[in-house]
Design a binder for this molecule. Structure first.
Ligand SMILES: Cc1ncc(COP(=O)(O)O)c(C=O)c1O
Length: 481
């Protein structure tokens, strides 16, 4: 049989990248099992994810117990569908939901699908590196005082960058006002299993949390968990949407991988993450503050930093250049990079050998930069552009979000988009947070910002390589084909 082109490509990538510091968390070192032997349909005895009453129910109960939640459900379409279902189940069309602007695209997708109105909250920023951090309790209070009819809030915790908000204080406040809290814990499925890590959402009192067990724990990509607690959110409604939106042929290998990932984390998580945290602390404590590449350890805000994330601040050298050198010269593939940062994500599959290789490589690069053996890229004009603009409420729309999906669109060059309304979700990847929604007004600052990101190698979903994007037709009617 001819070799799959895709398989070959991934094998080639594996040959170059010895040390994976990107998702998924198993780092290619999961439990070996013959996928085809376990790839089945809902024959008698195999239960049914859409109405679990047998072995799947048992697994779900075990997962809930491991996390201390009241109920858990396996997800086979990622946290994305868990978020869609949680929001659609918790809010009816026309209702309002508090949404920090740094939420993942799935949250905005849920608003559009459910015809729900987002009340946008601006998070705090790390201005040095240009990313959104925690959401303050004050900003939540302010939004709720202004829009008291909001049904509740969705909060991303921890963020892609490992920063946290005070979930407990935000949850307590929302609950005292009769509101719910849904936590997008896509990056936090490991938190529950190590005492040094920030508090997980269920322990902090969230009503629902959704976790990508594939990102830092060891399950297969696309598998996730949703947890329920209390009665503020109607579980039956959430489950109804899960059943509507997830595949009617749920993958058993994905479900098995979640169960095994949770078992492993339950048994060994404390120890595995202890080693990762200790290595992080040692690196952080011993680094010269003046080094060109330094490890970030949070900003004394929020409720602690998730030290499974190794986020480096770069000076005199672009983060994207460091990412490239790590891959080409040291066989280390990171998760993401930006103008002045590069993120190495550890996970349950990260070995001591990999941590040593990363530590050594960064020290080596620092030496080379200090001794002039490695020249940082000359930053292009405009590269000092503040990145906060990306998160600062650019997601306002001039028509309800759901209507934006039905408008008549046309493709136009980005350069000609000034003052026009975006026709699509425009999402820099990473971190997958939309900067424009269908119906957002585009201005010159946004155009410059998007060009800047693309000049620095960041790909943007919604803008093609020719730098064209969809805009509303200026005289397009709703529902026009
Ligand atoms: C913050 C956040 N939420 C949700 C998701 C969606 O998770 P999944 O890939 O499991 O669908 C992601 C994915 O990158 C994410 O970063």
């Amino acid at each position: 049989m001819k070799k799959s082109i895709l398989k070959k490509q991934l094998e080639d990538l594996n040959k170059i990248n010895h040390f994976r510091f990107h998702m998924p968390g198993h780092k290619g070192r999961g439990n070996d099992f013959d996928l085809f032997a376990y790839d089945m349909t809902e024959i008698p005895g195999a239960d049914n994810l859409h109405d679990p009453q047998g072995v799947i129910e048992e697994v779900q109960e075990k997962c809930a117990k491991a996390y201390g939640s009241e109920e858990a459900a396996l997800l086979v379409n990622g946290t994305t569908t868990g978020i869609h279902s949680a929001i659609l189940g918790a809010c009816s069309p026309g209702e309002k939901l508090l949404v920090p602007t740094n939420c993942h695209r799935s949250v905005f997708g849920a608003l559009a699908l459910g015809r729900i109105e987002g009340v946008f909250i601006t998070p705090e920023f790390n201005t040095r590196m240009g990313f959104a951090k925690e959401v303050s309790l004050d900003s939540v209070k302010e939004a709720l005082i202004k829009y008291p009819q909001s049904r509740g809030m969705v909060l991303t915790n921890p963020t892609y960058y490992g920063t946290t908000s005070d979930v407990q204080a935000i949850g307590d406040y929302l609950h005292s006002q009769g509101k719910f809290l849904i936590v997008d814990e896509a990056h936090g499925a490991h938190l529950h299993f190590n005492q040094e890590l920030p508090l997980d959402a269920i322990a902090a009192g969230a009503d629902v949390s959704i976790q990508s067990t594939h990102k830092i724990l060891g399950s297969l990509t696309q598998s996730s968990l949703i947890h329920f607690q209390g009665s503020r959110i109607n579980r039956q409604r959430v489950k109804q949407f899960l059943s509507l939106l997830q595949s009617s042929s749920p993958s058993y290998p994905l479900m098995i991988s979640v169960e095994e990932a949770v078992d492993t984390a339950f048994e060994h998580g404390e120890d595995i993450f202890k080693k990762i945290i200790e290595a992080h602390e040692t690196f952080f404590k011993n680094q010269p503050v003046t080094a060109p590449i330094t490890l970030y350890n949070g900003d004394d805000s929020g409720t602690g930093y998730d030290q499974s994330k190794w986020l480096f601040h770069t000076r005199g050298i672009a983060g994207s250049q460091v990412e490239e050198i790590l891959s080409k010269s040291y066989g280390i593939r990171c998760e993401l990079s930006g103008k002045n940062h590069v993120l190495a994500m550890t996970g349950i599959g990260t070995t001591q050998e990999a941590l040593k290789a990363l530590t050594k490589a960064i020290k080596d690069l620092n030496e080379k930069i200090i001794h002039g053996e490695l020249q940082g890229e000359t930053l292009r004009p405009g590269s000092d552009l503040p990145q906060e603009f990306l998160f600062a409420g650019a997601v306002k729309t001039e028509v309800p979000l759901w209507q934006g999906l039905y408008r008549h669109k046309e493709k136009c060059p980005l350069a000609e988009a000034n003052e026009r309304l975006a026709g699509d979700f425009i999402i820099p990847y990473p971190p997958g947070i939309p900067v424009l929604l269908p119906g957002s007004r585009i201005d010159q600052e946004m155009i410059a910002g998007l060009n800047h990101l693309m000049d620095h190698g960041i790909s943007i979903v919604g803008i093609n390589q020719k730098r064209e994007l969809l805009l509303f037709k200026e005289k397009g009617d709703l529902h026009e084909a």
